[in-house]
Design a protein around this ligand. Sequence first.
Ligand SMILES: C[S@@+](CC[C@H](N)C(=O)[O-])C[C@H]1O[C@@H](n2cnc3c(N)ncnc32)[C@H](O)[C@@H]1O
Length: 267
Amino acid sequence: MEEADCITTWCDISLRQRFMIRIFSSEDDFQRAEQAAHLLKVPVEICEGKPLVESGFFLWSHSARLELGFESEGALASADLNEVDARIKSGKKSHLSRSIGIDKHGGLKVLDAMAGFGLDAMVMMGLGCEVQLVERSQVMHVLLRDALDRFSSTQSSSAAGVECGDVVKFIKNLTGPPKYDVIYLDPMFALRKKNALPNRRAQLLVRLVDSSVSEQSLVQLIKLSQRKASMRVVLKRRRTDPVALKPDWQIRARTVRFDVYRGLGEV
Ligand SMILES: C[S@@+](CC[C@H](N)C(=O)[O-])C[C@H]1O[C@@H](n2cnc3c(N)ncnc32)[C@H](O)[C@@H]1O
């Protein structure tokens, strides 16, 4: 039997883990669901109310958006464009903007190498950057494309590209003169035992994707990115996390910190 003939299929969503994913859609949002189904090679199941799923993750296309859910528990998650809009309106002085250099330079070319739900990328785009996104999880990639479609239908900017793949491979494949002024790295934060429950997006993301990244591989990624970025590499971390590699400077917010490294822009 062809994979797509099954009601559910295995979908490789991280290098280490495999989860079952199903896609549901209301009649009105079928086209949106079909695009996701095509990318993930799963059939669409028509469902007008919130799907009742006994095990695993699911995507639900409804009310002009695609959302991620897990079994029957809790709220669903997707990029909230009102939140993006509010962050864009708060302007170029935010911690993210200052770390990227948006407060000083216009039209920056940014590689958002771990794009997740794409919130940071859309904020950067809304503030005038040209952003290429890379995301390793296939399910997140599908959600990301949907969020970017919704975003570009309300804004004048759109993404330079959205790639599903591993960032190390992507960066190693860059040849010729530097294509990006800034490479932005936002890996998953390490899990903590005592932790206030993170927001719904983070709760689902941490279960969906492979969140482990060793400090050693992070250091290698920073150094690789430095070679390819002409201006900066920015690493987002929890405010209290140890330093992976001594940054050239830091920008500290209330709960997070941006470690900034000078780009070497090697040809
Ligand atoms: C904390 S989230 C990023 C959140 C994002 N900045 C936002 O605003 O929504 C980290 C993301 O990086 C992705 N990721 C982790 N390692 C990766 C890799 N080696 N290559 C590409 N993406 C990766 C994960 O799948 C996850 O979606």
